[in-house]
Design a protein around this ligand. Structure first.
Ligand SMILES: [Zn+2]
Length: 168
């Protein structure tokens, strides 16, 4: 194995997702559907990082994500870098773009919203960092997602709540 191969831990083709905040690593894996795919997946957490404190790294062999799939990470880990690997070389680096619409990732913080009372997917329109609920028009600030309250399922304080399974 040459030096280049060791650097990417011998992924020949695939995607290495880097700079994931360590405590968001499993959320990222879940949002990308990595628990349901058949190709090899390596999940590493608590690597030291200058950028994000401890970080997680996910390596997925023979898998390349669509821009739509990557955009799902915008509310959980907006600063991740996706390294596209072909023949052991990083051929492209992708960053997360905030999508125009977010479905099923964020919970509406209006307790009377139909999405909190019916078994259905949430749906938000995104505009300048503000998420507007498609159903009740309640607004939430996308940047609130960085304040560490992501894991609290229903804290009622105007922050996001994270749905670990978006097929609710
Ligand atoms: Zn709503």
């Amino acid at each position: 194995m040459n030096k280049k191969e060791r650097l990417v831990a011998a992924i020949e083709h695939g995607t290495v997702i880097d700079h994931i905040p360590a405590d968001k690593t499993y959320h990222v894996a879940s949002l990308l559907g990595l628990f349901d795919i058949k190709t090899p997946v390596t999940i590493g957490i608590n690597y030291p990082s200058q950028k994000v404190g401890n970080k997680g790294i996910i390596k997925v062999s023979d898998k390349f994500f669509t821009d739509d799939e990557i955009s799902r990470l915008s509310v959980v880990a907006p600063k991740v870098i996706l390294n596209i690997i072909r023949d052991y070389e990083v051929v492209e680096k992708k960053t997360v773009e905030t999508p125009d619409e977010i479905k099923g990732i964020v919970k509406c913080n209006n307790p009377k919203c139909i999405t909190n009372n019916e078994p259905m997917q949430t749906h938000f329109h995104v505009n300048n960092g503000i998420l507007t609920c498609h159903y009740c028009e309640k607004e939430q600030d996308i940047n609130k997602f960085d304040d560490g309250n992501v894991d609290e399922y229903d804290n009622g304080g105007g922050t996001y709540s994270y749905l670990s399974d978006n097929r609710v």
